[in-house]
Design a protein around this ligand. Sequence first.
Ligand SMILES: [Cu+2]
Length: 362
Amino acid sequence: MTKGWASGLKAIAVAAALMMAGTAPAQNLAPAAAAAPEVVAPPAPPTPADVAATTASAAAPLDSAFAGYERMKPTPGVGMPVPQGIAVQQQFTPIGQEAKFLLEKILNPVMAFITVFVLGLMIWVIYHYRSAAVETPSTTTHNFTIEVVWTLVPALILLAIAFPSFRLLANQYDPPKADVTIKVTGYQWYWGYEYPDYGGISFDSVMLSRAEAEQNGEPYQLAVDNRIVVPAGKTVKVLITAADVLHSFAIPSFWVKMDAVPGRINETWFKVDRPGVYYGQCSELCGTKHGFMPITVEVLPEEDFKRWVRMKQQQDGIEPTGPGIVRPAAVATAADRVQAALAAARTEPAAPTPAPAAAPTA
Ligand SMILES: [Cu+2]
């Protein structure tokens, strides 16, 4: 319950911050936009060269709006498997950290203890009760105390494991409200991604060749051309399906693994605070190139994520849209000025030109 309140307040704070951030540039730009037509009004009709120049300057603020996005370099050993590694990868989501703790601090020690204890007991029994050491074998078949102990002790161990295990399961299937939703589609043999919140940005993600991966400083067979990009510290809901056969969307360092089933949508989520590059792979045998459809997730600070969204929207010809995405006011104004100038050129013929020509004849 407190979690709900906290996230509610946080959402309000974020919304307020975004609204303020959104209005500030508009206010700053408004006087310039208002003053511009007065300057533009008296001069001669624009030539095509003028229009081209204005269009170019109109594009400039849009470029600067997402200048600064560049592919992030991965940190060696982080978000990827390591040579000779046998442990679970370092975890970067709350669920992953909880699960890794349960596995490494509770389950593995309990399993190791039981395995060693039972093996020792068997060796002891085999040695002490071998036929050479026992002349007359015992005929004992029941022992009430021992039977109670060997039933009760395992039951108590299972009960002790059940509590943290069910808590983890509940947390896993009770995600916080999603900030970003991504639709993932598995294909033979690549992944397709869609961002419905941001005007339906969509792209395919294909594995890089060895040369391309090495050139980028990325691990071969994990690096892709188009990465999933998400904001840091935000809850990302992932809707997963497949277009042909079964695939599985898996990112080990997020504790995420979910089947991609044709005709069905599965759901999972993750929240990563640390910006960085994280790798995953298809984890369901899906055909000959099953091993060649990796997943790359790039977690960016929120502002950088918005720049990436704007860049993708421009590439796809999508109007700026989505939570926190503001249409740059300068762009609208400059575009409007071009339209206005073109309209003026069409409606006003060369009317003022005869007047100065007539003056010098006198
Ligand atoms: Cu697959």
